[in-house]
Design a protein around this ligand. Sequence first.
Ligand code: MG
Length: 452
Amino acid sequence: MPTLMVSVSGIRGIVGDGLDPLSIVKYTSAYADFIGKGKIVIGRDARISGEMVKSIVTGTLTAKGLDVVDIGICPTPTVQYTVKNLNADGGIAISASHNPNEWNALKLLNRTGQFMTLEENKQMLSLLYQAEKNFCDWNSLGKYQEYKEGLKRHVDDVLNLKYINRELIQKRKFKVVADCVNGAGVYVIPTLLREFGCEVIEVNCDTSGIFPRLPEPLPENLTETMAAVKESNADLGIVVDPDVDRLVLITDEGEPFSEENTITQAVKFVLSKIKGNVVVNLSTTRAIDDVAASHGCKVYRSAVGEANVVQKMKEVNAIIGGEGSGGVIFPELHYGRDALVGIAITLQHLLEFGGKLSELKKTLPDYFISKKKVEVENDDPDQIIQSLAERYSHFSPNTEDGLKVDFEDHWVHFRKSNTEPIIRIITEAKTKEDADALSQKYYNEIIELNKN
Ligand code: MG
């Protein structure tokens, strides 16, 4: 069955089997009607289907009378940054993020360059019924222009970011293995690292646009990269996903730094410079709470998804935020997960720490996350989550996004999938054995509920 997934993270599907020219025109038209008039920044990741999707998006936007500023192959955060930088009226990042080669997607941005909020998405979707009408006459079509400065300006602003001392980092001469999975990172990450004076060893940095492995930066997909870090005696490994909003680190020993620790160390660094509020999603490690508490700062939690994290960050005026999957949001530059920003913070942090990345890891609180999913074919996942909420009501659970229950020694987060009849279980505890045992315990509870 063709699939097209519509959520606050964008319009995502398999090319030719859900994401086809007709669906691209339909959603781009609704987006154009939602924005109204003005200038839209578009950029794409490196995947093969990107050019096809881009040409349809461009044609549709100009047919609706909107001007298009095309910044070429670049990270999603570069599109976000450029919308803000050029005072544009919206943006579309063409990327299916960590999904494999056969996928692509439209990530829709609002006037501030941020992911459209849930409310904005609802308004946009309410215009779908008339999306294929009201195209312009020949003499009122929008204009198309290429803009080549987007990436350069983004890199320049990251190099000059607050609390980052470029000259000192250059003197340290870090040796870095950079794995960009042949994605958009190829066009910017090695350059950024060299600007920081690093010796760069490139892994999966060709411009074929074909991902040579599964593109999600999980340890099981990074065995060769981890080996390359160890063999080359590098200071660290830097891995990004195809659209460069997720940053994952590898220690000097060739071990995972752990994706949850990307944001943990970034929060630790920023709070050492300035005190303020922190926002992460409900599934992000408790290490964030420990680090914030040690600086006398407060952590707020949001529903999962960049749009939700950003909305909460603005609400509580947070100085740093992100997601445990390797997303760092530092509003000094813009409100979006940005691996370039994450890299600058990591290098400065490691420099000031003075030791190795494996030693820095040991200074962070130790937690382990375990994930499991339960198929609930014949039952309503909402009903099951509701029953669990009643069972754990005396622990005052959070029901903003599924069900999150905090206990003294662990937490559990139940979330239903929007695309499959499954419930995801995420647990975190002080040891891997405990986290695994707990996710199994909650799995059994759902199976029991499902029987009754
Ligand atoms: Mg991504």
